[in-house]
Design a protein around this ligand. Sequence first.
Ligand code: NAP
Length: 438
Amino acid sequence: MRHIAIIGSGPAGYYTAEAAQKHWGDDVRVDVFDMLPVPYGLIRTGVAPDHQSIKGVSRRYEKVALTDNVRFVGNITIGQDISVSELQDLYDAVVLATGAPNDRKLGMSGEDLGNVFGSAAFVGWYNGHPQFADLAPDLSGKHAVVIGMGNVALDVARILAKTEAEFAGSDIVAHALEALMASNIETITILGRRGPHQIMMTPKELGELGSLDRASPRVDPDDLPDEAEDVILEPGLRKSVAQLRSFAAIPEDIHAEKPVEVEFDMFTSPKSLNGDGKVQTVEIERTEVEAGRAVGTGETYTVPADIVVSCIGYRTSPIPGIPFDERAGRFANDEGRILPGIYCVGWARRGPSGTIGTNRPDGYSLIEKIAEDMDDGTLGKAAKQGREAFDALAVKRDLDIVTFQDWKKIEEAETAAARDGAPREKFVDVEAMIRALG
Ligand code: NAP
């Protein structure tokens, strides 16, 4: 029997568990740990609440979780309740599927002003992550600035722009819906330091911006390169650029009909955030793209900003004693191998890129590596004790483990509390989740 501990119950964690199950069948026991009492990581707290079809993938993870050889061990914080080296003593392989939960910093003055948020915090707030439920962004001003031109920036801009009716069927948490419906925001400026040919936004997600009830997207036609130049682009990016072209062609009378504008400000790099205690403006430098890189032109200007959300990427949380690549913001690894017996997968391995589905081949390929290491003796011959030994330790330490069956009770209570048409009303603090267990 082989024993594997996976830390993190998001997509990377569950695809890896699924792959282990496929590889070893009944000859493996996998424990999937999470610091929260609820599973699924980014599916629950990262994927936008109005993208329910993407969240549907959790049904696949549930199938894995409900088998005898995989189990969910929630409410356990690695490094606090039990260390990685202790897990190594108990399991043949320890897989870090901890994602990249920390915001990359802008690294400029004013970043610590009030009402400036990184996307991990802001997305966590509207998705009910217990760590960010109390964020309380002030939406009373007219101008929001979103920094970055990736899909997270799009999510944030769209969530700021939607009407209550457009949230029907979503699982946006009540505190966020209430705050968004009282919002005074009229302009959402998306700042991109490069141009249309370098956007990271995907066509479908970009297209959603074109059909919002009260908001219209605005692209300056002067920012667009000659259409003939689009032929060199790969098909997905070409479609995204075509979306930008269609936004640039929206007539003024259509803009005038909508009270909110989502404005793309490209070739603009933020230099500083300014305000008195709370952010009021962003100072920006115009850029040109040279050999694919944004280069400042020296020309600066200022845009009003009552709230700033920077969506410029994420970093993995380092763990003492585990090699970390500071520059890339993820564990130092060779195709998922960190140290003998310690592995990483998903964003913790490759950094914050790709869709949910990208984690599937990632998980499967890691299990092949672990199997190779088991076969060639790298992981030692002595059988580890696995979950039984962990359970004994948990009793000794009086750890309050939440099982998958417990999670199903929490889920039931969330479903019962849902407003009309919504799939669930999430608990946004850990104590409330535990109370739901009775
Ligand atoms: P991303 O796609 O890497 O985009 C990050 C953006 O931030 C880029 O436009 C980047 O510009 C910009 N940026 C980085 N550093 C900057 C700086 N110092 N100043 C100004 N701009 C800066 O990352 P993401 O949006 O966080 O998304 C993460 C991953 O999740 C992506 O793979 C994304 O597709 C995926 N995702 C998918 C969905 C979906 O499919 N619906 C939804 C959300 C997220 P440069 O390109 O110039 O560096």
